[in-house]
Write a protein that binds this ligand. Structure first.
Ligand SMILES: *Cc1c(COP(=O)(O)O)cnc(C)c1O
Length: 392
């Protein structure tokens, strides 16, 4: 107990300042409920940023991880192991593409780094991405990220990355040419505030990339693993990219990322061209497999879709809410003023964890196992808090 308390007080004395000093220290969790060191309980509607697809301490994850760590914890990629192959096979099945080939890594940034590196195998080096996008913080992924505040302090970044307005197909058509190696887009921009492009945008991107011979990469790090009510965030438009990147929900709460090539025309890494020590580690892979199997078995994708409807209908009539956007359980609640941070703090006070994606947008991404009672509790407390909060 005392050691936990001490580390809270001394965060700033031991940690880098990159996250700011957290005001809540969490100690345990079960399902959607987390408990802080003072014993206060919260309903977790952020899910570790769209990551804890089965909530906290889910029995199937606990069992899979415990069994795996007690059997074989880590082997490096010099050796194959059953959990890794089984997870790759499951992902291949979910893509519906026998030609799908998986590279495992540990995070979203690494998955996008792998895609970026793979795109060089086209013999081209130009890249087109979108303004406001988020693809990670490593130098390559940051070069793809379309947010000046995150980029500017770390210039120079990779050359030859052009950012065009998200959702603007004319701008994209102008930017992509025969020198373009890849176009990378989030099916829904998560970090930017859950921005959904006009329907048909993703399909038109497919057409443009086909015409110009560029790889189409969908960064599904936030929109993958059932989050939007389909397995991957782009499926509504009934097209396939050449490359998918995944992380966040993939490991069921453990660090796991993947880059998956689709179809028979995608370039492939050959022996020695890429790698990572931990990527697809047996424990993370066992957790990921358990999560995917549970989502399938419990038919969570259909409940995700029904909760989307319920949230949109009920939240859109709350006074102060001007738009409810997003898909599935990735929802942005747009407020009538720049008080999202105040509101997130008020909600935390009242025992609900959410995130202010920007000044006027609250983002929620609860575990896919959320119950109807929890959804309604969230809506009720949200309605109260938005009334009480300082709108200034
Ligand atoms: C979170 C996120 C990333 C970065 O993932 P990390 O695991 O933090 O490196 C990349 N792309 C998208 C769309 C994300 O939401």
């Amino acid at each position: 107990m005392s050691t936990v308390k001490k580390s809270v007080t001394n965060w700033a004395e031991v940690m880098q300042g990159n996250y700011g000093v957290p005001t809540i220290t969490l100690k345990s969790g079960k399902g959607l409920v987390v408990t802080d060191t003072a014993g206060k309980k919260y309903l977790d509607f952020l899910g570790g940023i769209a990551t804890n697809v089965l909530g906290h301490a889910h029995p199937v994850i606990v069992k899979a991880v415990s069994k795996q760590i007690a059997t074989l914890g880590h082997v490096s990629n010099f050796y194959s192991h059953p959990s890794g192959i089984a997870l790759a096979a499951k992902l291949q099945e979910l893509t519906g593409d026998k030609n799908a080939r998986v590279f495992f890594c540990n995070s979203g940034a690494e998955a996008n780094e792998a895609a970026l590196k793979l795109s060089r195998k086209t013999g081209r080096s130009r890249i087109v991405a979108t303004t406001g996008s988020f693809h990670g913080r490593t130098m390559g992924a940051l070069s793809l990220t379309g947010q000046p505040s995150k980029r500017n302090p770390f210039k120079p970044l990779l050359k030859n990355v052009k950012h065009v307005t998200f959702g603007d197909i004319t701008a994209m058509r102008k930017a992509v040419n025969k020198k373009t190696a890849m176009v990378i887009v989030e099916p829904i921009m998560g970090e930017a505030g859950v921005i959904v492009p006009p329907f048909g945008y993703l399909r038109e991107l497919r057409d443009i990339c086909n015409e110009q011979g560029a790889l189409l990469v969908f960064d599904c790090v936030q929109t993958g693993i059932g989050r939007t009510g389909t397995w991957f965030g782009y499926e509504e438009e009934k097209i396939s990219p050449d490359v998918i990147t995944l992380a966040k929900g993939l490991g069921g709460g453990l660090p796991l990322g993947a880059m998956i090539t689709l179809g028979s025309n995608s370039p492939q890494f050959s022996t020695g061209e890429h790698g990572t020590t931990f990527g697809g580690n047996p424990v993370a892979a066992a957790a990921g497999l358990a999560a995917l199997e549970f989502i399938t078995k419990a038919n969570l994708l259909s409940s995700v879709k029904s909760y989307e409807k319920r949230l949109k209908i009920k939240l859109s009539v709350v006074k102060g809410v001007i738009q409810v956007r997003g898909r599935g359980l990735l929802i942005g609640i747009v407020l009538d003023g720049d008080y999202a941070k105040n509101l997130a703090a008020k909600l935390a006070d009242r025992g609900i964890l959410v995130n202010a994606a920007n000044e006027n947008t609250i983002r929620i991404a609860p575990a896919l196992i959320v119950s109807k009672i929890q959804i309604d509790k969230f809506i009720m407390i949200f309605r109260q808090c938005i009334q009480e909060v300082d709108h200034g």
